[in-house]
Design a protein. Structure first.
Length: 205
């Protein structure tokens, strides 16, 4: 599947996304924000990676942060823009590096409900380390891999509808944190229906 096709799939459900999240009683954005709250301050800058319709961004904006966002879905960005909650938005695929932001440009990063669509996390962590200032948070979610996953495997793959869904092993994520000089501050499991996600709050050293 090309990235253009993938973006079009996300465009196709953008108008219904907020209502779908509400119907699922999914509060993963709120929980991730709560894990971050003690570390963030009003006036700081935050980049939301895969900002979508802005559900995660809204919470940080209400806390007084200056939020920018990046997403490859034009339809999602248009919905987010209409809410007036960000300092700036850019249409860009998170998997295409380098990202269109300067090094050490943000106090914090958040990436909620995105990485389970992405196979190669190495480039994501590399760019996160580049654009994030020392001492800043990188808060993100990953889908928990099944217990049957081989110890040497990085992820498990499933096809759900039109989407490829990746469950990344915690061991692989932890190895990337070490490789790119992030310290793990908090990890919390969260259930979304029958699926389990890890919520991570890490700090750039």
């Amino acid at each position: 599947m090309t990235q253009e096709t993938n973006a079009a799939l996300h465009d196709s459900y953008a108008a219904d996304y907020d209502s779908q999240v509400q119907a699922y009683d999914c509060y993963i954005a709120e929980v991730l924000f709560g894990l971050c709250y003690e570390f963030v301050q009003p006036g700081q800058s935050l980049l939301d990676l895969g900002i979508g319709s802005g559900l995660s961004a809204l919470l940080f904006t209400k806390a007084g942060l200056n939020v920018s966002g990046m997403d490859f879905s034009a339809a999602m960005l248009e919905i987010c823009r209409s809410k007036g909650i960000t300092a700036g938005l850019k249409q860009h695929d998170i998997q295409q590096t380098p990202w269109p932001f300067s090094s050490d440009g943000f106090d914090h990063l958040v990436c909620c409900g995105v990485l389970h669509f992405i196979r190669n996390l190495e480039s994501i962590f590399g760019e996160a380390g580049r654009v994030l200032r020392a001492g800043g948070l990188f808060a993100f979610t990953t889908k928990v891999a099944p217990s049957t996953l081989s110890h040497d495997s990085k992820y498990d793959k499933q096809i759900v509808g039109d989407f490829e869904i990746l469950s990344h092993s915690s061991e692989h994520v932890k190895s990337l944190l070490e490789q790119y000089s992030f310290e793990n501050l908090k990890t919390q499991k969260y259930f979304v229906g029958d699926d389990i996600f890890n919520l991570w709050v890490v700090q750039k050293q």
